[in-house]
Unconditional design. Structure first.
Length: 201
């Protein structure tokens, strides 16, 4: 018998069947709960990381607009973004650096919002060159304002069994690893990103 067959036989035994059926009723809640544990740890550790690097004065952390990782786990682009703090509170954010999910994989990236992105295209192209990325593109239509420089890093798949086992063992450790590229991006290229934000206003 295979390990799977042995496990099924064990679960079907009379002394285990009651527990097996109880597990069946709630097993679907396990994966979302572990993913929420991961995002909770990301939120907490990102705040700590921003403060440690003294980036919290320049960057404000929030969930993705309309794509809260605690409510919309199954959607792409859930996650956390860091937006440039502006002294003018009425000014809408034009740039966001983010840790998000695409096709179940974590990515770190920079997104730009602007009705006239061509005014900053040299700066954006320069940032893409520095980050060795060619994934950014200008909006295809006037209504499509957002465009991204994004890369899959660290590339963990949040649906993978190994990832979830690691989260169950130590969500903080997994979160610290996940936010490293975002903290490094803000630390090394924050001023360049902020200048693009200013150009897009």
């Amino acid at each position: 018998m295979t390990y799977r067959d042995e496990l099924i036989s064990l679960l079907c035994k009379a002394e285990n069947i009651s527990t097996t059926l109880e597990i069946e009723e709630c097993i679907w809640e396990v994966r979302p709960r572990l993913q929420r544990s991961f995002w909770t740890a990301v939120r907490d550790r990102l705040q700590v990381g921003l403060q440690r690097e003294r980036l919290d004065r320049q960057w404000l952390c929030s969930t993705m607009p309309g794509l809260d990782p605690f409510k919309d786990l199954r959607k792409d682009d859930v996650g956390f973004r860091c937006i440039v703090r502006s002294p003018a509170t009425s000014r809408p954010p034009r740039v966001q650096a983010a840790l998000g999910v695409g096709s179940s994989k974590l990515y770190t990236g920079v997104g730009f919002i602007g009705t006239r992105p061509e005014v900053a295209i040299q700066e954006i192209s320069g940032l893409a060159y520095i980050l060795e990325q060619e994934q950014f593109r200008l909006p295809r239509t006037p209504d499509e304002e957002r465009f991204w420089i994004a890369w899959i890093e660290p590339g963990e798949n949040i649906q993978d069994r190994g990832f979830l086992i690691d989260v169950a063992s130590d969500a903080t450790l997994v979160a610290d690893k996940a936010i490293e590229p975002l903290i490094a991006l803000l630390k090394n290229h924050g001023q360049r990103i902020e200048s693009i934000d200013n150009a897009l206003q």
